[in-house]
Design a protein around this ligand. Structure first.
Ligand code: ARG
Length: 587
C-alpha cells in the first residue's frame, strides 16, 4: 500500500503530465485551510511561473484532466491558483478499511533496501554515560527501528569509546594507586590474573581522579599519552589491564542499555578498528594522502567546491598514538568493506560536527568511504533549568540508573494524583510506573526536533496531560481497555464504514501514519512520529467523547467504531514501538 498523500500526489501529477507539464508539480499536502478542503495542491503556481502562464488557467486545465474524479466530493480553485480537494466519505472509509486489512497499516517498504549502519550510543569505558549518550541512545534506537521497519538491512553498533587518551589516564592512575600489580611490571611475562583488579564503581571513580590530575599536571598528561600509545602498540600488561577495564565497564553499560530497552547488533569499540590501522596508514602514506605537520601525521582536507576551509585531520599524534578520527576512518573502512554499507548514520552530539566534517572529508578524499553516504545525525543538548548541559545537583553526570529511578518516582506520584492503576497489585503498579517513567523521558527527548536543545523537567515530562509520554501511554491503554470491555459484552470490531461528521477527523488522522513514518525516515527525525501519535491521541479522545461505543445500539455502527479503536490501537502500538516506547497492558 502507498500513503494517501502519495496516491493523491500521483493523481495530480498525472493530470499535470496530461496537460504537458511535469508531474513533479502534483505534490498534494494536508490543507492548511480545512475550511476550504481536506487537501491542497499548489503546483499550478510554480508550473505557471516556469511557463510564464496564468496560474489559474493552468489549475483549471489541470482539474479538467484529473482522472478518478469520483473519489472527490469537492474540487475547487482558490486564490491565484491553489487547488483544494475534499474526498468523498465513501472513499475515506474504504481507504481506512484498506489500511486495517494491511498488516503494515499502509506503510510501504522501501523499493530498494540498503545496508544501513547506525552508529549510536557511544559511551566511553570507565565513564558514566552522560546526557549526550542518553540522547544518542534514544534517538539512534528509534532510527534503527524505523529504518528496519522500512525494510533496510540495519546494523547498529554501540561504538564504545575504549581506545582514546582516557585509557592511558586510567592505566597511569591505577599504577599510582596500586603499583604492585603485575600489569605495570615490564619484566612480567604473564599469565595475568583473570579477575579484574577493580570493580565497576571504583573504575568510575578512578576516571575523575585521573582526569583532575592530568588537567593540572602536564607531566601526568604526558605519561598518560605515552601509556595510551604503548597500549595501542600492544604492551602486554597494559592490554591485559585494559581488557579488564573494558569488560567491567561493558557489563554495567549493557545492563543500562537493557533497562532502557535499547539493543545493538554489534558491541564494537574504537579498539576493534586497531588491527586495521597499520595497513590503512601504510596505504594512505603510499598514496600520498598523509603529510607531516609539526611532528604529527595528518590528512589535509582541501575544500571541494562550496566547502569551507577546515584543519587537517590528525591521524597519528606526536607521540605516535592514533586518534579518535583515525579509529573512525578504520571503522568506516570495515563498515564499507565487510558490511557493504550504503549509508552510515552517526547519531552523535552536534558539538562533534567539526570532527565528523573532518572524518567524512578525509574518508571521501582517500576513497575509504567508497560509495557509502556518510551522515552526521546531529542532536542538540539536554539542558538543566540553568540552560547549561544537564548535571546532577552535585554537579556530576546523571547515571542512567538514577535517572530511571527518579523518573519512576515522579511517575508514581503522578499516577497516584490521577488515581491511575490504584487498585492494581503493588508489583504491577511499580512496573507501570517504571514504564511510564521511561516513556516520559524518551518521548520528551524525541518530541523536539533532534537538532533543538531542550530543558530536562521530569515534573513536566510525567504529566498525564499535554505532549507527554505518560499521556500517550494512557491513550493507548484506554483503547485497549475499550476493546477489552467490548469483548466482555460480546461485541467485536467490524468493517470500518464511511464516516459521518463525528468520525471523519479520526479517519483522516488515521490515513496520515505512513507519511509520518516516511518523514522520520527521510529526515532522520523521530519528532514527526511523536507529533503524529499526539495528534492521534487527541483526535481519538474527541471521537470517544462524541461516540459512546459501548452504549450504541446500532450494531453495524458500533462494530465500525470498535474497528476504528482497534486500528488506533494498532497505530499506537506500531508508532510507539518505532519510538522505542513500551505500552503497559493496563493502567
Ligand atoms: N565515544 C564518543 C563520545 O563519547 C562518541 C562516539 C561516536 N561515534 C563515532 N563513530 N565517533 O564522544
Amino acid at each position: 500500500m502507498q500513503s494517501l498523500l502519495t496516491k493523491l500526489s500521483a493523481l495530480f501529477g498525472d493530470a499535470f503530465e496530461e496537460i504537458g507539464i511535469g508531474s513533479s508539480h502534483g505534490t498534494v499536502v494536508v490543507s492548511a485551510r480545512p475550511d476550504l478542503g481536506q487537501f491542497q495542491c499548489n503546483g499550478a503556481l510554480a508550473a505557471a511561473k516556469a511557463l510564464k502562464r496564468n496560474p489559474r488557467e493552468v489549475a483549471e486545465q489541470m482539474l479538467e484532466a484529473l482522472a478518478e474524479r469520483e473519489i472527490f466530493a469537492d474540487l475547487s480553485l482558490a486564490g491565484p491558483g491553489f487547488v483544494n480537494a475534499t474526498l468523498t466519505d465513501a472513499f475515506i472509509g474504504e481507504w481506512v478499511a484498506g489500511m486495517g486489512r494491511d498488516e503494515r497499516l499502509g506503510c510501504p517498504l522501501v523499493e530498494r533496501p540498503r545496508n544501513v549502519v547506525v552508529d549510536f550510543g557511544g559511551p566511553n569505558v570507565a565513564k558514566a554515560m552522560h546526557v549526550g549518550h542518553l540522547r544518542s541512545s534514544i534517538i539512534g534506537d528509534s532510527l534503527q527501528r524505523v529504518f528496519r521497519y522500512r525494510g533496510d538491512v540495519v546494523t547498529s553498533d554501540v561504538h564504545l569509546g575504549d581506545w582514546g587518551r582516557q585509557m592511558g589516564m586510567l592505566i597511569m592512575e591505577l599504577k599510582r594507586e596500586q603499583p604492585g600489580l603485575p600489569y605495570f611490571d615490564e619484566a612480567y611475562t604473564g599469565p595475568y590474573p583473570t579477575e579484574p583488579p577493580i570493580a565497576s564503581e571504583d573504575l568510575e571513580a578512578l576516571y575523575p581522579r585521573a582526569n583532575d590530575r592530568c588537567k593540572n599536571d602536564p607531566e601526568a598528561m604526558d605519561a598518560a599519552r605515552v601509556a595510551t600509545m604503548e597500549l595501542q602498540q600492544g604492551r602486554p600488561g597494559y592490554r591485559a589491564l585494559w581488557r579488564h577495564f573494558v569488560d567491567v565497564s561493558s557489563a554495567t553499560l549493557k545492563r543500562d542499555f537493557e533497562s532502557l530497552g535499547v539493543q545493538f547488533d554489534l558491541w564494537l569499540g574504537e579498539s576493534d578498528a586497531n588491527p586495521r590501522i597499520p595497513a590503512m596508514l601504510e596505504r594512505l602514506e603510499g598514496n600520498g594522502f598523509i603529510e607531516e605537520d609539526q611532528g604529527a601525521r595528518v590528512i589535509k582536507l582541501p575544500p571541494a567546491d562550496g566547502e569551507k576551509e577546515i584543519e587537517p585531520l590528525i591521524v597519528v599524534n606526536r607521540e605516535g598514538g592514533v586518534m579518535y578520527g583515525t579509529t573512525d576512518l578504520a571503522t568506516l573502512e570495515q563498515r564499507v568493506n565487510d558490511l557493504h554499507a550504503d549509508l552510515v548514520l552517526y547519531v552523535v552530539d552536534a558539538r562533534q560536527g567539526r570532527h565528523f566534517d573532518q572524518v567524512f572529508r578525509a574518508a571521501r578524499r582517500t576513497g575509504i568511504a567508497g560509495n557509502a553516504i556518510l551522515e552526521h545525525v546531529a542532536f542538540g543538548t539536554m539542558n538543566g533549568p540553568d540552560g547549561k548541559p544537564f548535571k546532577t545537583r552535585e554537579g556530576g553526570v546523571m547515571k542512567l540508573g538514577d535517572l530511571i529511578s527518579m523518573a519512576t518516582v515522579q511517575a508514581t506520584e503522578r499516577m497516584s494524583e490521577a488515581e491511575i492503576a490504584k487498585d492494581y497489585p503493588g508489583e504491577e503498579q511499580e512496573l507501570i510506573a517504571r514504564t511510564v517513567g521511561i516513556a516520559a523521558v524518551k518521548y520528551a527527548d524525541l518530541m523536539n526536533h533532534r537538532t533543538s536543545d531542550y530543558i530536562f523537567d521530569l515534573d513536566k515530562f510525567t504529566r498525564f496531560e499535554g505532549r507527554t509520554g505518560a499521556y500517550l501511554l494512557y491513550a493507548a491503554v484506554r483503547s485497549k481497555s475499550i476493546l477489552r470491555k467490548a469483548t466482555e459484552r460480546g461485541f467485536s470490531p467490524g468493517e470500518v464504514l464511511a464516516p459521518g461528521d463525528r468520525e471523519r477527523p479520526l479517519l483522516l488522522q488515521l490515513t496520515r501514519l505512513p507519511d509520518a513514518v516516511e518523514d522520520v525516515y527521510e529526515k532522520r527525525a523521530p519528532s514527526f512520529l511523536c507529533e503524529y501519535v499526539y495528534d492521534l491521541a487527541q483526535t481519538l479522545s474527541r471521537f470517544l467523547a462524541e461516540c459512546h461505543i459501548l452504549s450504541e445500539s446500532d450494531a453495524a455502527l458500533r462494530a465500525s467504531w470498535l474497528g476504528l479503536v482497534e486500528l488506533c490501537l494498532r497505530q499506537f502500538e506500531l508508532a510507539l514501538d518505532l519510538l522505542g516506547i513500551e505500552i503497559p497492558e493496563r493502567m
